[in-house]
Design a protein around this ligand. Structure first.
Ligand SMILES: Nc1ncnc2c1ncn2[C@@H]1O[C@H](COP(=O)(O)OP(=O)(O)OP(=O)(O)O)[C@@H](O)[C@H]1O
Length: 744
């Protein structure tokens, strides 16, 4: 068949078929290149497969810095190094977004209301930054295929009717032509279905990536935001991990699904209703709308609060996971106490709460799904039969071939029965599709409620993170750490009264003035370190009177519990720097070896198999080794001031002494929190916290009052002993005499 003949045939087709085929062909031509292209990673692999050495290097290297400052993450993936540029969300954008996330009142329950819409809009503005972003493009393409699918469905319904008509009227040629068209139409129809599923999954994944990156930027922000540290105590956000992982994924899945589930059946309803109304007439169309109205009324009445149920389920899931995570993290401590059965009870309780809730959802669903099935399948089918009968019974004398869209020039059909059969088959198919669309729209109502629950969860996360105002930045006055009239208090959520541990604390340290902070347990020694490090905002009259040199080269804190980062042995020493920082700073392995020697860990690289060895260091190193690694970090970063919070409690005193001397030799001023009097000799000032209700404290110079008192006491003791010397000499003479008499 020539091209011209094909075009002629196409022109002769009914309008619906023509537009469906043209749209489908257009879609395939436009999108074929984009959608069927191999993923970039696979294309590159064909060009060049990375060697094992290159892959190892990429794992160590972690990222590259592009000329414009963007960090490009190196991800080894199937013998290839995939480069992922990471552009952090600009601070200006975060500040602008904060206005869109006011805290929701605690009494808010997820539902399909104005609050849901405004919360969803705020979240979607993060996911769809502009209409030409990749996410928007996927959404448009997805919408296009959804519309195309509806158009093609109408074409299929009409063709179905035509095929049966040709069979009934024994029109062989017409039947064969119809069958050819049927196969032709099947190509775009099946392709469209596949693309709808593919694009829905792709949309969900893109949204997840976008929201995950955004929340990571927000949550893991450094000083002065430190939201990962403050979200719990100050923001009241429990189980942030569940929000950041499962809830974001569930929200994106639910959104992508709801979008397709609402848009497509809505389009179907519109288009099918308009098509059917041509056959059904005014009375039939009115009946159809009455049917919709009755369905919505009945289902709304029986629909439970799926949104709230979904939100509670996500919270309980988070509690159960957090419990499991705790056992994994603290497994050794649990094992020492042989606390497995106790932990099992705790986990069982969390799991039972979750399962009970899920079970109650299943029970609630029985009544809902039963009603839904009854209404959608049976009520709609009955209405369908009644509606189909309308044109057949009431418009018996009308020439229905005009309504079915027969093209002029087509062979005239005399047989009224054949025409009526065509109308019946087409209408029945459209009605079945309509019932299906109605069903899906009702299911989508339930999905929408669940989306409302997940939206509330995600909104809670984002609004809590945005509500945490940055911590005040301490003033920089050179190499000085000073507090003036500062109250040290446990941070409390907005509105709650803070618990003050130390009142009106004043101290000033210049380089070389080493401070020791002491006092019994729980008096607030670490709390003072938190204020000095900028983790807690200073309170009281001197809230703004904190002075310290900025950054980790200003004040570096080694906490009480040793922390080991995921990575190589080298990463443990340079933390929080990463390998590229190490290379950029021109530091060397020889330097690291010297540092390890200073903390008595020189044997580690040889024992563990080199600097690049990756292990679970938390389990591999002993308690004392981990503490010495903490000191190695201080020697690597060489800060002006180092706050050592009982970070050498498990280190033997000789090594501890050597590390203190080494730190002082490097010019690091020490602020030590300790209960060990033996450490006092390395310091020039002593801050003692009383731990009374008034939050009192004393600051003394070691080597003046305190030291003098100690010397005085020693002199008195020695003089007392010297007074006894004459008595001891007399006794020695007596004993010597007695021995001489015995020998004679
Ligand atoms: N995030 C917090 N929320 C509530 N209370 C807290 C918080 N952090 C510390 N506290 C309380 O503040 C008090 C002081 O804690 P801090 O850790 O400063 O004690 P410490 O003097 O360092 O004790 P230790 O010698 O045992 O380490 C304690 O009673 C503790 O329970």
């Amino acid at each position: 068949m020539s091209l011209r003949a094909s075009v002629d045939k196409l022109v002769q087709l009914p309008r619906t078929h023509r537009s469906a085929i043209v749209l489908a062909a257009l879609a395939i031509v436009v999108l074929r290149g984009r959608l069927l292209r191999l993923p970039k990673g696979i294309q590159k692999r064909r060009q060049h497969a990375a060697t094992q050495e290159e892959l190892d290097q990429a794992v160590q290297q972690l990222y590259e810095t592009a000329p414009d400052g963007t960090k490009v993450l190196l991800v080894p993936h199937r013998h290839q190094i995939v480069k992922v540029p990471l552009k952090p969300t600009p601070a200006k954008t975060l500040a602008a977004d904060a206005k869109r996330f006011p805290l929701a009142p605690p009494s808010h329950k997820p539902n399909l209301d104005k609050t849901f819409l405004s919360q969803l809009r705020a979240i979607l503005r993060i996911a769809f930054r502009s209409w030409h972003s990749k996410e928007s493009l996927i959404l448009f393409t997805h919408s296009f295929f959804l519309v195309l699918r509806t158009v093609l469905s109408v074409g299929v319904a009409r063709l179905d009717g035509r095929l049966v008509r040709d069979i009934v009227s024994a029109d062989g040629r017409g039947f064969l032509k119809g069958l050819g068209l049927w196969f032709a139409l099947a190509i775009p129809s099946t392709y469209t279905n596949t693309m709808i599923h593919h694009l829905q999954a792709k949309l969900s994944l893109r949204l997840r990536t976008k929201l995950t990156r955004y929340t990571h930027d927000l949550y893991l922000a450094g000083a002065p935001d430190l939201r990962y540290y403050r979200a719990g105590p100050e923001g009241g956000l429990d189980g942030a991990a569940q929000y950041l992982t499962s809830d974001i994924a569930a929200f994106c899945d639910a959104f992508a699904q709801v979008y397709g589930n609402v848009l497509k059946p809505s389009l179907d309803l519109l288009l099918f209703t308009s098509q059917l109304s041509r056959t059904l007439g005014v009375r039939g169309t009115l009946l159809l709308f009455l049917n919709y109205y009755a369905t919505v009324k009945v289902l709304r009445a029986v629909t439970p609060a799926f949104g709230r149920l979904a939100a509670v389920e996500a919270r309980l899931e988070g509690e159960y996971r957090a419990g499991m995570g705790r056992v994994g993290r603290e497994s050794e401590e649990v094992a020492f106490y042989n606390g497995g059965s106790r932990e099992r009870e705790i986990l069982w309780r969390a799991y039972n709460r979750l399962v009970k809730h899920i079970n109650s959802i299943y029970k609630i669903r029985i009544a809902y799904e039963w009603t839904e099935d009854y209404v959608i399948k049976y009520l709609w089918s009955a209405a369908g039969y009644a509606l189909i009968a309308v044109p057949v019974l009431l418009t018996r004398r009308r020439n229905v071939s005009v309504q079915t869209g027969s093209a002029p020039g087509e062979r005239p059909i005399d047989d009224q029965v054949a025409n009526r059969t065509e109308t019946y088959i087409s209408s029945r198919r459209l009605l079945l599709s309509l019932a299906d669309a109605g069903g899906r729209l009702m299911y989508a109502y339930k999905d929408l409620l669940e989306l409302a629950g997940l939206t509330t969860r995600l909104y809670t996360l984002l609004s809590t993170l945005h509500s945490l105002a940055p911590l005040p930045t301490p003033a920089d006055a050179g190499p000085v750490v000073a507090l003036t009239d500062v109250d040290v208090a446990v941070p409390a959520p907005a509105g709650a009264a803070p618990l003050v541990l130390v009142r009106r604390l004043s101290l000033a340290l210049r380089a070389g003035e080493h401070l020791m902070v002491t006092g019994s347990n729980g008096v607030g020694k670490t709390a003072v370190a938190r204020v000095l490090a900028g983790l807690w905002a200073a309170q009281g009259a001197g809230a703004a009177a904190v002075v310290r040199p900025p950054g980790r080269t200003g004040v570096f804190v080694v906490p009480q519990r040793a922390y080991m980062v995921a990575g190589t042995l080298l990463d443990q020493i340079i933390y929080p720097d990463a390998y590229p920082d190490f290379v950029r700073a021109g530091r060397t392995h020889a330097e690291l070896a010297e540092i390890l020697a200073a903390v008595n860990l020189a044997y580690l690289p040889a024992r563990e198999g080199g600097w690049g060895t990756r292990k679970e260091w938390r389990d591999v190193l002993s308690g004392g080794e981990k503490q010495r690694m903490g000191m190695a970090r201080v020697f690597y970063h060489r800060p002006q001031f180092a706050v050592l919070d009982e970070c050498t409690s498990a280190v033997s005193s000789d090594v501890e002494g050597r590390m203190y001397e080494h730190a002082k030799a490097l010019g690091i001023t020490l602020i030590t929190i300790s209960l060990r009097p033996s450490l006092m000799k390395y310091h020039t000032q002593l801050l003692t916290l009383a731990g009374d209700a008034r939050g009192s404290w004393t600051l003394a110079r070691v080597g003046t009052a305190a030291e003098r008192m100690g010397l005085d006491r020693e002199i008195v003791a020695l003089e007392a002993r010297l007074g006894e010397v004459a008595g001891w000499e007399r006794r020695v003479r007596e004993l010597a005499r007695a021995l001489a008499v015995e020998e004679q």
